[in-house]
Ligand binder design. Sequence first.
Ligand SMILES: [Zn+2]
Length: 365
Amino acid sequence: MSNPVLDLAADPVDLTAALVDIESESRNEAAIADAVEEALRRQTTGFEILRHGNRVLARTNRGVGRRVILAGHLDTVPVAGNLPHRRETHPEEGDVLHGCGTVDMKSGDAVFLHLAATLDEPASDLTLIFYDCEEIAAEFNGLNDIERELPDWLTGDVAILGEPTAGLIEAGCQGTLRVRLSATGTRAHSARSWMGDNAVHKLGGLLTTLSAYEARRVDIDGCEYREGLSAVAVSGGVAGNVIPDAAHVDVNFRFAPDRSIDQALDHVREVFAADLADGVSLEVTDSAAGALPGLAHPAAAALVEAAGGRFRAKYGWTDVSRFSALGIPAVNLGPGDPNLAHRVDERVPVAQIRAVTDLLRSYLS
Ligand SMILES: [Zn+2]
């Protein structure tokens, strides 16, 4: 089969549809990377273009004093009978494009590719980064490879990730910390329970602490972040006639980006201080730093201005925080309702693809 040919200069809605029809489940991005690379080489001028595994990078080097990074992943979650794309009129949402990746995030990729081919003399230097393996475990994320092997491609004044935000600027992101709180006791026959020491009972105080916990809301740069401390799993028990000698609760703390991972951990230790003093142990099982919104930076402020001053906080963890860790203010901005991502009925309103294209065109012109 011959490779699909993309037309970057055409309507970004049609370009989204063409990208959607190149199936690209994580680890299977070669075909879409080929098509994107070929189209960038054929239809852009003034870009240095680099192929690196299944990553495609392109940048201008005009030395105009400001550099904007536009980044998007090329992979999708597994197809769920929702390819090829379908375009139709939805009773409430109007003209929509259906299909795997329409929201997450080939519409965002399409906007970036279209702008690269059609903006002449943008006011900023541009770096485009299309990467692989975002939808699987973080260790496989293509940005890791770029950070390790091509660090000079990750410099800029602001990074825009085209993840779905329904066309709104979403700044920063919350951090996440997972800990396992474990209690131990002494095993015994439950007919002689006084001979044992029940580990499950020792979780009672922890669970009470969790249900009474009042999560903080904090305003940073005009974005409100709302934290959460939640039990996400509980486990313990040996058999129906045994006093259990071990039990644990997994707790996830989603924290605002004014706390570091260490500070978040200190907070969690403080919350469970009484239980820890009683012999419960705490083990960190997973963590990822948040990202400050960084909207005060001039390049980010200009983007907010182009969006009519509208922005909000991002709750989930996204690749924004990787850029933030490199000292680059980063936001999410892309077409599509994030709640529809990864769903069988994934669909994007055509008007949002056009709106994000127009917003970025005016920002970059
Ligand atoms: Zn995504």
